[in-house]
Design a protein around this ligand. Structure first.
Ligand code: PA5
Length: 448
């Protein structure tokens, strides 16, 4: 397997009672997922996506990406939550967080994932005198943030290209049949791609949602699902051990740790290119599990950067934390610490050592220190920084998340909590039909 799980610094925290009872509940959860008897069972399309995908559409994705790469300087991905995090995470993982400064194709920017006017205006300035295409991604087609950004950038493109040529610059990823965005795109003649009915936003990176932006960024979109397909095969066993099924075992360990009071899980990376992957993971687990007053709180750090900020808290703050490290086992850099004649910093003992080895040592030192400080550490070792491996990792976490959610007793595939702020926002903004709620909210806000 290209991914292995090391539980030596986590398992000793869990006594037999919690280990055994969690194992029993996880077995039930696995059965629910595999037999489709759990809540949200219609949303399990991601389980077989590496094999069951629309090959005709995939060919169109590749053709569209080639056209965009040829004709455009700037590509704007408009979407929020599951409609942008996956493609951004994989772009940074494979290419670089500095992708836009070193891009060998169009620069790729993300919009519609906030409501910031200054952010949009800045991006509009970047578009000036440059060839631009956009990919608006929204399964529902009604999400406020991307809808506002789409209005803004469609106007920008209308000014640039006029009402006829604009359709060569707009690509839409949305529901297959329903929704305003689908109807509008059909009327306007925009090329559309599909978010499958049985795949939710945060599980959608291996659909057109992720694949079009990734192909534009020059990521190998054949290798990514191939890696996920390998995980699908490797992890199709109910034997719950680190060697046989690390995804199920990871779900077991994190649920057992939760039951002994470790309610915050921190995903730890030692490479800056893992920053957005952490964000994708937080959404996957946060939206899937945070329901009914329960669920692990997903947080993240990038070390050694954060060892100089949150490191103090993790080492010695409230003991409700455990860490899961995504450790990439090899590096694409051979950079060494330079020798310095004057040795003013006293670091010549490091001269000639690879930064990769220094970083690996920082990780080992931190694992031991945190373990001694009462913080369990699960280590996930991933072979390398390739599309194949990150595809594997994505499937690994999706599978673990689904069974983990069922173990917690929630539906891992819905997100009803997201509606609360939307309802209030619409009411306060004066959306027709929300008048009563608006009155009640304004009264509360205006109370002295
Ligand atoms: O995981 C999810 O389902 C959500 O995060 C959605 O992706 C997000 O809310 C965006 O929704 P939509 O694609 O409908 O605009």
């Amino acid at each position: 397997m290209i991914l292995s799980l090391d539980d030596r610094f986590a398992k000793p925290f869990i006594n037999d009672y919690f280990y055994d009872t969690t194992t029993v509940d996880l077995r039930k959860a696995i059965r629910m997922l595999r037999t489709g008897t759990g809540a949200g069972y219609t949303m399990r399309g991601w389980l077989t996506l590496p094999e069951d995908y629309d090959r005709e559409e995939y060919a169109r994705i590749k053709a569209a990406a080639a056209k965009i790469r040829k004709n455009c300087d700037v590509f704007i991905v408009i979407g929020i939550g599951g409609s942008y995090l996956g493609s951004r995470a994989v772009t940074e993982f494979i290419k670089s967080p500095r992708y836009n400064l070193v891009a060998d194709g169009p620069q790729v920017f993300f919009s519609g994932c906030n409501i910031s006017g200054s952010d949009m205006e800045q991006l509009a300035r970047i578009c000036k005198d440059r060839e631009v295409s956009i990919n608006v991604i929204s399964k529902s087609g009604t999400t406020t943030e991307p809808a506002v950004a789409f209005r803004f950038f469609r106007n920008l493109l209308l000014e640039k290209y006029g009402s006829k040529a604009i359709k060569d610059h707009i690509f839409v990823t949305t529901d297959r049949y329903k929704g305003t965005l689908k109807n509008f795109s059909t009327e306007e003649g925009y090329e559309t791609f599909v978010v499958p009915d049985d795949v939710g936003g945060r599980f959608s990176v291996l659909t057109a949602v992720g694949l079009l932006p990734l192909a534009v960024a020059g990521v190998d979109t054949d290798a990514l699902p191939a890696g996920a397909g390998q995980a699908m095969t490797d992890l199709d066993t109910d034997i719950m051990s680190p060697e046989s099924n690390p995804a199920y075992y990871y779900a077991l360990i994190r649920n057992a740790l939760y039951r002994i009071g470790k309610s915050t899980e921190i995903l730890v990376g030692y490479e800056p290119y893992l920053f957005m992957f952490n964000e994708w993971w937080k959404q996957l687990f946060g939206e899937s599990e945070g329901k009914g007053g329960s669920g692990l709180y997903p947080a993240s750090v990038i070390n050694s950067t954060d060892l100089h900020s949150l490191g103090q808290y993790i080492q010695a703050g409230k003991r409700m934390i455990f860490e899961t490290i995504v450790n990439i086992n090899s590096s694409d850099s051979d950079l060494e610490v330079p020798y310095d004649e004057a040795n003013i910093d006293g670091l010549n003992f490091l001269a000639g050592k690879k930064l990769f080895d220094l970083n690996a040592t920082a990780m080992k030192a931190t694992v031991l220190a945190h373990y001694d400080g009462g913080v369990p550490n699960v280590i996930l070792n991933l072979k390398d920084r390739t599309e194949y491996s990150v595809g594997y990792l994505i499937y690994f976490f999706e599978l673990a998340c689904a069974v983990s959610g069922y173990t917690l007793g929630v539906n891992p595939f819905d997100q009803p909590g997201v509606e609360a702020y939307k309802k209030n926002m619409f009411a306060l903004l004066g959306k027709p039909g929300y008048e009563e709620t608006a009155e009640a909210l304004n009264e509360r806000l205006n109370k002295q």
